[in-house]
Design a protein around this ligand. Structure first.
Ligand code: LMR
Length: 345
């Protein structure tokens, strides 16, 4: 009786596992099982607008996958936090509820604090420096970390957005003193918190999708964004002053659920990865231009006063933010910080 009961429990458990495995695919599946009418679905969630750098590159990826697999693989792109927002997209990836995300890398602080390299003030010199980093061994090591593997995450590519610039509603930000007493929206993590604290300002972690409302309602006075996010999220409607500080970066990495990815039949996977390579090149070619166009849009809107910071003013900000390095170099690791610095031309 006991043996029968045990066997019944084991069979029931196996059935439940088989049913749950549906969304993650199975190693025995072959490319023949998928057709344009019954495609393999890759769910790709992100938080920015459709016409943002990330939105355009994600749609390009979906288009290329369709073309290269003759519709046997369909990438369903969910933009604008409509499926998952900042707070839950990483958890959704780990649990397999979504297969692919492209977060601003700061958001990976939940898993590995080193991803906050991107927030270290004035670490990157220009776009070329960022691109050299993406192609470097230090970046590859970060992508291949045990921390990602332990969470069943695989990192596939870096996509750029751009340099972040400070904005606010109270007054132009020109000198270090101008930050005193203001409260800024921050993405996540202790480095950004320390950045604002060092400037005698406050900060609050607010999801990207809730930032417009927070600025509108005065929950926070200011924010830091690349021009393209400032433009495509219409933050110019709820901010009065923007300074061209270029004090930090906002870039993305493409992460997939590893179990799901490994279950994609080999020939389809080759085409999907080819599509990702091409979408990555597209994102790299697009980002700087889109950010430049967005700055023009913001200026043309006439509702935001854009202050062009001089090199001396940016240098003063850089010097004031040096304590962030004293506090966080060990956490981010000297290998990574010095590795990035060494890539400057
Ligand atoms: C943010 O929270 O500011 C970013 O995550 C937005 C983005 O570009 O993904």
């Amino acid at each position: 009786m006991k043996k029968w009961l045990l066997l019944t429990i084991i069979s029931a458990f196996a059935l439940v596992l088989a049913a749950c495995g549906g969304d993650k695919g199975s190693e025995s599946e072959s490319a023949d099982e998928y057709t344009a009418d019954k495609p393999l679905i890759i769910k790709f969630s992100h938080v920015t607008a459709i016409d943002s750098v990330k939105g355009k590159a994600a749609d390009k990826f979906a288009e290329l996958v369709k073309e290269k697999t003759e519709g046997k693989v369909k990438v369903e792109v969910y933009p604008s936090s409509q499926l998952y927002g900042d707070n839950d997209e990483l958890d959704a990836l780990v649990s397999g509820n979504v297969h692919m995300i492209a977060p601003s890398v700061t958001k990976m602080v939940k898993i590995d604090p080193r991803w906050q390299y991107v927030d270290m003030p004035f670490l990157f010199e220009n776009e070329e420096h960022v691109q050299t980093f993406f192609n470097s061994e230090v970046a590859t090591d970060l992508m291949n970390s045990d921390q990602l593997a332990a969470n069943d995450i695989k990192g596939l590519a870096f996509w750029p957005n751009g340099f972040k610039h400070f904005s606010n509603n109270k007054h132009p930000l020109v000198t270090v003193d101008d930050f005193k007493g203001l409260k800024f929206r921050a993405q996540a993590g202790q480095v950004l918190e320390a950045q604002f604290k060092t400037l005698d300002a406050g900060s609050a972690t607010i999801a990207f999708g809730e930032t417009y409302a927070a600025l509108q309602q005065g929950t926070v006075d200011g924010a830091e964004n690349p021009y393209n996010n400032f433009d495509t999220m219409k933050f110019y409607e709820v901010q009065k002053y923007l300074s061209t500080s270029a004090h930090g970066r906002l870039d993305y990495a493409i992460f997939v659920n590893k179990s799901f990815w490994d279950s994609i039949p080999a020939d389809l996977l080759t085409s999907v990865e080819e599509a990702l390579d091409e979408a990555t090149t597209y994102a790299q070619e697009l980002a700087a231009d889109e950010n430049a166009k967005s700055l023009e849009n913001v200026k043309a809107s006439g509702v935001v006063e854009v202050y062009e910071m001089s090199q001396e003013e940016r240098d003063a900000l850089k010097e004031a933010l040096q304590p962030v390095y004293d506090e966080f170099s060990e956490t981010i690791t000297p290998e990574l910080i010095e590795g990035i610095e060494a890539l400057k031309k």
